[in-house]
Design a protein around this ligand. Structure first.
Ligand code: ZN
Length: 80
């Protein structure tokens, strides 16, 4: 598998079993509480491809991997 470029990453925050995004990468909404289930989060942490629909804009992130701070997705989210 190819190495995922850093511009494809987006930071998340975890509070108990809730996953937050400080800012939505797609629409810019702030403090987005995602509807990501713990089981989906665990799958992402195991680097299993996981889709996340964002409640703010119905945009979809395809998460390929997740580390402690970032989701690694299949598309460019950051401006470089
Ligand atoms: Zn959004």
């Amino acid at each position: 598998m190819d190495v995922i470029p850093f511009v494809n990453t987006w930071p998340y925050e975890r509070l108990f079993n809730d996953i937050y995004l400080q800012t939505c990468p797609l629409c810019g909404e702030e403090n987005v509480l995602t509807n990501m289930k713990k089981s989906d989060f665990n799958r992402a942490r195991e680097n299993i491809k996981t889709n996340l629909i964002l409640p703010c804009c119905n945009g979809r992130l395809t998460i390929l991997e997740a580390d402690e701070d970032y989701f690694w997705t299949d598309k460019k989210l950051r401006k470089d």
